[in-house]
Design a protein around this ligand. Structure first.
Ligand code: ZN
Ligand code: ZN
Length: 162
């Protein structure tokens, strides 16, 4: 079988994230591994080289999607080791600080009941409920003002004094 066809058998596209997940063997950190002529290669490096050509000497492949099992070449970028480290440290720091934040900007605690996940981000149920209420109240004012204007116009049309 052609190497590329054999490779494709181990992949499964995720329509939601556009990641192409490796479903074959994986190495320690979640990277896919693929055997070519009895040699193990990283699946994402293989995917990159098939799509974009040889990885420049000394460069590493960074997963822009932060999904180590992904082999979608569009999610892969060849970067220096320093850049790769800088990026993964930045992501780890962002995750760590997000995990440390236990209260929403208005001070409601992120408990299991009060937390809703949306696109991988937390949102506060109390705040959403409050925002919905305020939206309603604003609309009520607008509706009331319109009704007042209509009544005034009707009175004027009928020649009635205020
Ligand atoms: Zn991806
Ligand atoms: Zn809140």
């Amino acid at each position: 079988m052609e190497t590329v066809e054999r490779f494709k058998k181990f992949t499964s596209p995720d329509r939601r994230t556009a990641c192409v997940n490796w479903i074959g063997a994986k190495a320690g950190r979640g990277y896919g591994v693929f055997a070519i002529d009895g040699k193990q290669v990283y699946a994402h490096r293989f995917a990159y080289e098939m799509a974009k050509g040889p990885i420049p000497y000394g460069l590493e492949i960074d997963h822009l999607c932060r999904n180590p099992a992904c082999v979608n070449p569009d999610h892969l970028e060849a970067v220096t080791h320093a850049e790769n480290m800088r990026r993964s440290t930045a992501v780890a720091a962002a995750r760590a600080s997000a995990a440390l934040i236990r209260f929403c900007p208005k001070g409601h605690e992120y408990t299991a009941e009060n937390t809703r996940m949306h696109n991988g981000k937390r949102s506060c149920r109390k705040c959403s409920a409050q925002a919905a209420k305020e939206y309603d109240a604003r609309n009520r004012d607008v509706r009331a003002a319109k009704a007042r204007d209509r009544r005034a116009a009707a009175r004027q049309a009928l020649g009635m004094a205020e």
